[in-house]
Structure formats: structure tokens, C-alpha cells
Write a protein that binds this ligand. Structure first.
Ligand code: SF4
Length: 143
């Protein structure tokens, strides 16, 4: 069976952004949480890594939020195990996007949802999932 591209993307996203934190010389610890969350913000990433998201070049983020943070771009409520995606909490901010070129003809679109995309929510998520994220961080080899 072919690997689910959403699931693959989600794993790659966390490795990429945690790799950026490591490359910046910031140790992944709860003492450094403010610095880590700031480094993951859209405002910093669009300056430091302008080519890593198509939205950065436009000067805007993918969600219309002042305090937009990129870490939970892979929202923990997203049903990434399903090829067409979906929302585990049926957020009213989400909607189906239809296109004939998509594998199942549609994919779940979160662009109007504000849940899990601010610094405060990212901070809470990192605190709750610290051990698991630390394992990923420690496994990353920076060249
Ligand atoms: S609709 Fe909102 S809560 Fe649901 S998966 Fe998307 S961003 Fe997360």
C-alpha cells in the first residue's frame, strides 16, 4: 500500500521545524520554551527561511492571525491518517476543498480555522508533548 502523503508530510514538517531550532543552536528544553516558540513563529520563519513556505514570499501567513505560529501547521486535530484529511473535532473553521486532481477529489482545508495556530497554543502543545518531541529533536542530525 502506498504511504499516505498527508501522514508523510506531517512527519516531515515536525522534523523540518525542529531541525531549524537545532540548527539555530537552541537546545530543546522547557527552560528555552519562549525562545523555541518565537523561533517557530511565522514572523521569524519568513525572515530566516523565506523559501520554506510558499506563503512567506507573499508576506502573509496561511491563516489570517497576528500571532501566527508555524509549528502546528500539522494541526494535531487533522485526520492525516485519511488520504482526504478531515477534522477530529469538526471545527466550523474547516471546509472541504474540491479538485479533480486530488486522489479522492477533495481534501480538508483548514485555512479559515484559528485553532492551534497561535504561540500560546503551540507553547501548551510542546509542554504536553515534550518527551516525544525531545526524542525527535535528539534524533535529528544537522549537517
Ligand atoms: S479545522 Fe482547525 S482544528 Fe480542525 S484540523 Fe484544521 S486547523 Fe485543526
Amino acid at each position: 500500500m502506498a504511504a499516505n502523503i498527508l501522514k508523510k508530510w506531517e512527519k516531515g514538517h515536525f522534523e523540518k521545524v525542529l531541525g531549524e531550532v537545532k540548527q539555530a543552536g537552541i537546545d530543546f528544553s522547557l527552560e528555552n520554551l519562549d525562545e523555541i516558540v518565537e523561533h517557530l513563529s511565522c514572523d521569524i520563519r519568513k525572515l530566516e527561511y523565506p523559501g520554506r513556505c510558499p506563503y512567506y514570499a507573499s508576506g502573509k501567513g496561511c491563516h489570517d492571525l497576528e500571532d501566527l505560529n508555524c509549528f502546528l501547521c500539522a494541526c494535531p486535530n487533522y485526520e492525516s491518517e485519511r488520504l482526504e484529511g478531515g477534522c477530529k473535532i469538526n471545527s466550523e473553521g474547516g471546509k472541504w476543498h474540491y479538485h479533480e486532481n486530488l486522489p479522492l477529489g477533495r481534501v480538508w482545508d483548514c485555512s479559515d480555522c484559528e485553532i492551534n495556530h497561535t504561540s500560546g497554543e503551540v507553547r501548551e502543545y510542546i509542554e504536553k508533548n515534550f518527551d516525544e518531541l525531545k526524542k525527535i529533536f535528539d534524533s535529528l542530525v544537522i549537517k
